[in-house]
Design a protein around this ligand. Sequence first.
Ligand code: CDP
Length: 807
Amino acid sequence: MNDMTPTREQREASLEGMGCKRKRVEDARFTQGRGNYVDDLKLPGMLHGDFVRSPHAHARVKSINSEEALKVPGVLAVITAETLKTVNLAWMPTLAGDVQMVLADGKVLFQNQEVAFVVATDRYAADDGINKVVVEYEPLPVVIDPFKAMDKDAPVLREDLAGKTTGAHGPRKHHNHIFEWTVGDKDLTDAAFKKADVTIKEMISYHRTHPSPLETCQCVCSFDKISGELSIWGTFQAPHVIRTVVALIAKIPEQKIHVISPDVGGGFGNKVGAYPGYICAAVATIVTGKPVKWVEDRIENLTATSFARDYHMTTEIAATKEGKVTGLRVHVLADHGAFDACADPSKWPAGFFNIVTGSYDFPTAHLSVDGIYTNKAPGGVAYRCSFRVTEAAYCIERGMDILAQKLGMDPAELRLKNFIRKEQFPYHSALGWEYDSGDYHTAMKKMMDTVDYASLRKQQAAQRAAFKRGETREIMGLGLSFFTEIVGAGPSKNCDILGIAMFDSCEIRLHPTGAGIARVGTKSTGQGHETTWAQIIATEIGIPAANIMVEEGNTDTAPYGLGTYGSRSTPVAGAAIAMAARKIKAKAQMIAAYKLEVHEGDLEWDIDGFRVKGLPEKTMSMKDICWAAYNSVPPGMEPGLEAVSYYDPPNMTYPFGAYICVMTIDVDTGVYKIERFYALDDCGTRINPMIIEGQVHGGLTEAFAIAMGQEIRYDPEGNVVTGSFMDFFMPTAVETPHWETDFTVTPSPHHPIGAKGVGESPNVGGVPAFSNAVNDAFSFLGATHIQMPHDYWRNWKAAKNLGVFAA
Ligand code: CDP
């Protein structure tokens, strides 16, 4: 070896493969204003569409008069449900097996529902046109409370379903009922409750909120009348699925539909579904023959396209007096709004809520979920969440704290006593999942040691004593959360969307000079896929990550994939990337053997190429193999070096984490302070520790927002009272606490690189940590459960209700 020969460490480092804190390659354009978003697109002759929306939450639409609107300079057309009926598009199918009005057909069912679509030469003219459309409404009684929606004499919301006693997921019990979903063994669970020494029962609500990405939902549709091709640029998290849905409902051959997701400014579940804006823009371009742009404003985004949570969970736990859990019983009233447009895999009406047994070894459990219609916006999207796992984690983590309180036990001790043990994996949960791997005790103990849990409890006891003596008006809470996630939807045996299995895909092409392109079926909305996907390839085949370009989001070039949401990208597409790389490596080995004149079996892999076993100086680098692939492959072999993989995962992955929040609350003002927040995440093999940290910071910030104030709230008339960022809590750097992050590594045994997802974990685990901190603080004053969100006003009210101002 001469001095110029790189060491093994240098060769390894130059790849910037898995485990490397590689800087995000996409940030160069994002931080310099050079991103390419939908609203940056300007096509010649492009028109703009905008909606007339309903001021009422429930009303009959008596008439729509467009005469004056059509006189506004620049306004070209006003599309209503009657127009859409001529092309059979007045209603559209939802992902949950329901149908949804595209434009109001006879009545409106939620405030800001789309009533008419005004098409004009520019957005201002469209807006002027909207103000001139005259709609005559006859208001109807409004139902906002899902419990009241099930009253015998509650108003009938969905008249189109009159007489239908069966829905997409079985029998309907009531005119405002959508489905009932049950899982688990009821008899065994009832028996466990009869035998239990201790039981708890609490109604735990997870309020309605919204993903509110920085960039709202938007699209540009352009129809070429000559070729019959429809191009759609949109903020889509799953562009291939959108292409298939458009083909099915617009009856345009799928090869003539081009869907492109350019840069997307945050998704968080908001951009999975299909919205009336997409349909109306598509119809408008077909009718006018000109490109049509539709861009939501903030109020429209918050009030009309999707929502999250709105789960009301009656939670019961049975246990022995020593604190061993023996049964879990949960009933959920799920408010789905006016149409069941939940974005879940088709067979899962309540998503993966049956992960509700969490990290604990429950011998038996029973769950039932009732989906209900109300006069609220439809949606039910997984806001940084894997299909209702966030609600499930909140339910069980609050439940465990309530049980600890009743038993007079420390919540950490209760958790340690009931965790699924390391040797029990793969673990079959009472509600039907097979957890792949976990080491919960190690993670919990690491968290407790790092923050010195015992000292924190002593500090809390001292603070409580001082409060009693009247020396302070602050109370202190320790919020624990130990969550188990379920990500990587999903195996074709149980996951599909509209009949399409939820696999994902990657195509890798290597070029002669040792560079290449990877096209993947996912779509980054800020997670840094262009950076991390190249790192997987770098480690697998020894080509530097910097030499691999990653492309996503164009249905003409990317292999069919099911998109990015529910932290599925790493578990599913990440596996497809590794498998495609391995196919390339196998061919590369044959080429290297031919060139080195040895048998393939005589070669071994060494960081960035092959070497002959026992003859370390006889090597061929991957870079040289790329060149050889284009000029001297073994006789009979096709030239080139490329591969494609469609990966159907055998199971989900189950990341987990141990979080603690230390909070103080001033009882006189309700003002809280996050003194400390520590988050330990285990997502198996870590591809890029820096990106993981960024994901955890972002997810924790959203969890903080949701737990401490972010809410979509309605008044009794169905008006959204939190429809802008003036009222909807969106934390900035000023309010956001400091995050301490940590990790353990428990690889997934079935994933080719052992990786599990991480993007949503901090949202799933963070919310219960904040809420448990508030509840732990108030438990000392006698509270059992205070509903979220815990804003200043509600904290103050909780203190008042607990009698702290009695003196
Ligand atoms: O589906 P989504 O991209 O939202 O979530 P994810 O699969 O959890 O990935 C989020 C980001 O974290 C991606 O850039 C991943 O490559 C990265 N990640 C990682 O570096 N290591 C992991 N074990 C999991 C995710």
